[in-house]
Design a protein around this ligand. Structure first.
Ligand SMILES: NC(=O)c1ccc[n+]([C@@H]2O[C@H](COP(=O)([O-])OP(=O)(O)OC[C@H]3O[C@@H](n4cnc5c(N)ncnc54)[C@H](OP(=O)(O)O)[C@@H]3O)[C@@H](O)[C@H]2O)c1
Length: 241
């Protein structure tokens, strides 16, 4: 059994998730990274403290398999980062019910499956733990022209459940927090111009993946912070600028 702590990271094949894998490994954590096609990724160095598991987060079997592998390989689950997510914009009237189901399946059902497995295991271990979820600052402050009404039902719900679970599991020393980004430089924005992306925050900057990763690591390794939604968004949640 490993003496290192173990973190499960969803959506770990690219973007913020891949950045999280690298930094947690550098900091000495064991990492189990998962996404639908993570075994195909070439951006992650295979290492003894890294396990990669293919699977869709909306399938309950994926969280089950990931948890089993974490326990078999490393002996514990001490932290979870719910990072896998989908985001696409449309005028509200153009969103279909299938769009809604796809957003809910990945962003909400995935959260529920993984968080249940992680918290159940943390309760068995009786040594506390941390859950951090990536949400979005558009839940606090929509931007005219960025039509993300349906994705924001899911992200706003995740901010809400973060507080509910923080309270429910506070006495078990299981902390539950969120990081709320604005625009982050990841493949999600491959088709958007940098000038347009810079216009979406009052500071006029695009957030680097490492800034989000540092926020997640800070919340994961803190001991007194729970129920917090940490905005790492160049001020985008503040209002009109
Ligand atoms: N980039 C931004 O500006 C921004 C802003 C606010 C919030 N966020 C949030 O930050 C998180 C990461 O964003 P990102 O920009 O790094 O995204 P990204 O580059 O699009 O990567 C998404 C990751 O999620 C995985 N994924 C997607 N659907 C999945 C599913 N059904 N099951 C399992 N894995 C799935 C993808 O891998 P596979 O394709 O292999 O499954 C990939 O690893 C998301 O929750 C996103 O909503 C991002």
């Amino acid at each position: 059994m490993s003496v290192h702590k173990t973190v499960v990271i969803t959506g770990a094949s690219q973007g913020i998730g891949a950045g999280l894998v690298k930094t947690f490994l550098d900091k000495g954590w064991n990492v189990v990274g998962t996404s639908r096609r993570i075994s195909e990724t070439t951006s992650l160095d295979r290492a003894g403290r890294l396990e990669l598991v293919d699977g869709d987060v909306s399938d309950p079997d994926t969280a089950e398999r990931v948890s089993q592998i974490a326990l078999e390989q490393f002996g514990s689950i001490d932290a979870l980062v719910n990072n896998a997510g989908v985001f696409f914009t449309k005028p509200f009237l153009d969103y279909t019910i299938d769009d809604f189901r796809r957003l809910s399946a990945t962003n909400i059902e995935g959260f529920v499956h993984f968080t249940k497995h992680a918290i159940r295991q943390m309760l068995r271990q009786k040594s506390g733990g941390s859950v951090v979820t990536i949400t979005s600052s558009l839940t606090d402050h929509p931007i005219a022209g960025v039509m993300a009404s349906l994705p924001m039902i899911t992200k706003g719900g995740l901010n809400a459940i973060t507080k509910s679970l923080a309270l429910e599991f506070a006495s078990d020393n299981i902390r539950v927090n969120a990081v709320s980004p604005g625009v982050v430089d990841t493949p999600l924005h491959a088709t958007n111009s940098k000038d347009y992306l810079r216009s979406l925050s009052p500071m006029g900057t695009i957030t680097a993946v490492q800034e989000i990763v540092d926020g997640v690591v800070y919340l994961t390794e803190s001991s007194n912070i729970t129920g917090e939604v940490l905005h790492v968004d160049n001020g985008a949640h503040l209002g009109k600028w």
